[in-house]
Design a protein around this ligand. Structure first.
Ligand SMILES: *Cc1c(COP(=O)(O)O)cnc(C)c1O
Length: 223
């Protein structure tokens, strides 16, 4: 199957409020161009260096999403152009994003990554930490970040019930935030959940952004 037809097939399965982020990590720029020529503009990368390299090499109307763990010292490289950082997993990182936002005179849209999986390795806030965080009011002063919602990754398992429960818990937290009165730099409209193996469940549970690599580009070639 071609990249173009994979995109068409997936988009047909997504409700109108759900966006497709094509995850192009490890893929050469020619593959990204194939998707671009099919009309696609939203791409995700999980490493700052690769994100910058692809931004430099590819058309400037692409919207670049940072979806992987981001070290504070790398924020400055992506701050000038990144469309959305899905993977804010600490207050320290958020402060650095705000600082770089000030430096580059832009408001940088972010999602808080929530640890929903029953696995040790996944980064993110706990649900309690997210609720605690939104109740503090000092982030009123962080004018160069805009918190647009939440991101989560389900456990890597064949147990569909477990995956559904994890996504459902994240949706409940998302709805809680949407119902709360929040500072001006919170505008909760995005719930980023779903990868190639589990996106149909994520969509049923209310995802507004799925991040798909393998279903669009095929298997990644190991380095
Ligand atoms: C790689 C990656 C994806 C896409 O994974 P696929 O299984 O290839 O769809 C989604 N989200 C994050 C955070 C990733 O690192």
């Amino acid at each position: 199957m071609s990249i173009a037809s994979n995109i068409t097939t997936v988009k047909k399965q997504l409700p109108p409020h759900c966006k497709l982020i094509c995850v192009s990590k490890t893929q050469p720029t020619e593959k990204v161009m194939e998707a671009y020529q099919a009309g696609h503009r939203l791409f995700g990368e999980n490493k700052a260096q690769e994100l910058v390299a692809k931004f430099d090499a590819l058309p400037k109307d692409i919207e670049w999403h940072m979806i992987g763990h981001l070290q504070s010292n790398k924020v400055k490289y992506i701050a000038p152009f990144v469309t959305l950082i899905h993977s804010i997993d600490s207050i320290k990182l958020l402060l650095e994003v705000n600082k770089q936002g000030i430096k580059f005179q832009r408001v940088i849209p972010c999602l808080l990554q929530v640890h929903i999986a029953h696995e040790e390795t996944k980064f993110g806030f706990s649900e309690e930490e997210v609720l605690e965080f939104v109740q503090q009011h000092e982030h009123n002063h962080w004018k160069n970040i805009l918190i647009k919602g939440l991101m989560g990754m389900a456990t890597f398992t064949g147990n569909k019930e477990q995956i559904r429960n994890e996504f459902s818990a994240l949706k409940i937290l998302y709805d809680k935030l949407r119902g709360a009165s929040l500072p001006a730099n919170f505008q909760i409209t995005e719930l980023s959940m779903g990868m190639s193996g589990d996106y149909s469940i994520a969509v049923e549970e209310g995802s507004t952004m799925v991040r798909l690599g393998t279903s669009i580009f095929g298997e990644r070639i190991p380095k």
